[in-house]
Design a protein around this ligand. Structure first.
Ligand code: G3I
Length: 377
């Protein structure tokens, strides 16, 4: 496998920094050795943030191998769960910031851009946030007050320490209409604008994002996201970027769809981020029966990923990154949703292979492919 001269130069620079000892036997290192020596954060376009979502074993420092990988490879982190509403605000008068504080310190200790995910979502939010009397939904004023307290407290705590917040997460249906979230039912369609207002009040300097999935595969949903951005802009509110989560499947979205998505979102004037990138290799199946093992058809790579699939994954990542590079000035951040295949939420009882590092935390052909794209002339 041949790698570009720039990759080689980066490897040499890394070696000079002590990351890789050049001996005659590895003077022409194979792709894996070379890949281990290259850090994504050193080869992305100037100004890009590149990162991963970290889980609590990682941000608490218990998973040392992953911690080393994160430290070496990335210049930004996102919290997989630590900053969600239910994690930090389980009861009306009780905030639980221990794990979140360690997450923020983990990133700041390493000089990383620390991302906040997320403030307002229909999921991983405790019932009390929405409950009114007798099982009914709370009224608008009550729900707005709860939202404002939550945002003011959480954003305020990390003022100046968090680089940007996913203010509202997944507010859209696939057809572009607003999702019937309890926040929307209680407050009205302007709950999105209210959340952005509260976040800006709490930290006027922090970046504010709208984050959702399927924007690249569903043009109608993408149009909905664009309507949200324009509505915020018309109200004079701050919005810095839209996050397309990037929970993609092999060859879906196609490179052309990614290209078009970035171009269309960018026309609003805000930047674009890929915020939760992974590539699902497993067939779509219905829900598993609790307590039952997955069927062999739903779990085809239980004993390992065949080489042709490794190569297909590498090819898809390469195509995707070529498009992202084409839009280097439109994009501010690319974040993988997890570090290695062992950490991914996409396993859920099956064996999935969506990321750039394998279960042993070794770089996969997909990593080499991304490095090649990022270092090609
Ligand atoms: O922490 C508990 C643990 O105490 C308990 O024993 C265990 C039993 O199920 O559950 C643990 O909580 C799980 C939590 O992840 C931490 O591992 C929850 O069940 C599980 O539902 C939760 O899943 C998270 C999911 O969001 C929830 O919707 C995933 O880790 C996380 O990767 C995923 O992330 C979301 C983004 O926030 C938004 N976009 C989609 C993305 C993928 O679903």
């Amino acid at each position: 496998m041949t790698l570009g001269r720039r990759a080689f130069a980066h490897a040499a620079a890394a070696a000079a920094a002590g990351a890789l000892v050049f001996r005659p036997s590895n003077w022409f290192p194979d792709a894996t050795v070379l890949a281990q020596s290259v850090a994504l954060k050193d080869i992305v376009p100037k100004g890009w943030l590149i990162g991963a979502a970290v889980n609590q074993n990682q941000s608490d420092g218990r998973d040392g191998v992953a911690v080393d990988l994160i430290t070496r490879q990335f210049n930004t982190i996102s919290p997989e769960n630590a900053l969600k509403f239910q994690s930090v605000h389980p009861e009306p008068d009780r905030f639980t910031f221990d794990a979140a504080d360690r997450y923020v310190a983990f990133g700041r200790d390493r000089g990383m851009a620390v991302i906040g995910h997320n403030l307002v979502w229909h999921s991983q939010t405790p019932r009390w946030a929405w409950d009114g009397a007798d099982g009914a939904l709370a009224d608008r004023a009550t729900m707005l007050a709860r939202m404002r307290t939550h945002i003011a407290t959480v954003v305020g705590r990390y003022k100046g320490k968090i680089h940007g917040w996913d203010v509202v997460n997944e507010a859209l249906n696939d057809d572009g209409t607003l999702r019937d979230s309890p926040w929307r039912r209680g407050i009205g369609d302007d709950y999105i604008a209210q959340a952005f207002t509260f976040a800006h009040e709490a930290d006027p300097n922090v970046e504010l994002y709208y984050n959702d999935f399927n924007l690249a595969t569903r043009p109608a949903k993408r149009a909905g996201a664009i309507r949200i951005v324009k509505d915020l802009q018309q109200r004079g509110l701050r919005i810095d970027a839209v996050g397309e989560q990037g929970h993609w499947r092999l060859n879906t979205p196609a490179a052309g769809d990614i290209d078009q998505t970035i171009a269309e979102l960018r026309q609003t004037g805000v930047k674009v981020m890929i915020t939760e990138l992974d590539v699902n290799l497993l067939p779509q199946t219905g829900p598993r029966v609790a307590g039952q093992p997955p069927s062999p058809e739903s779990n085809p790579y239980a004993n390992g990923l065949p080489d042709d699939m490794q190569q297909a994954l590498a090819g898809y990542y390469a195509d995707a990154f070529r498009v992202l590079l084409k839009h280097r000035d439109d994009i501010t951040r690319v974040t993988f949703w997890g570090v290695s295949d062992a950490d991914s939420w996409l396993n859920r009882g099956r064996m999935n292979y969506p990321l750039l590092w394998d279960r042993q935390r070794q770089p996969k052909p997909a990593f080499d492919a991304v490095v090649r794209v990022l270092t090609a002339k």
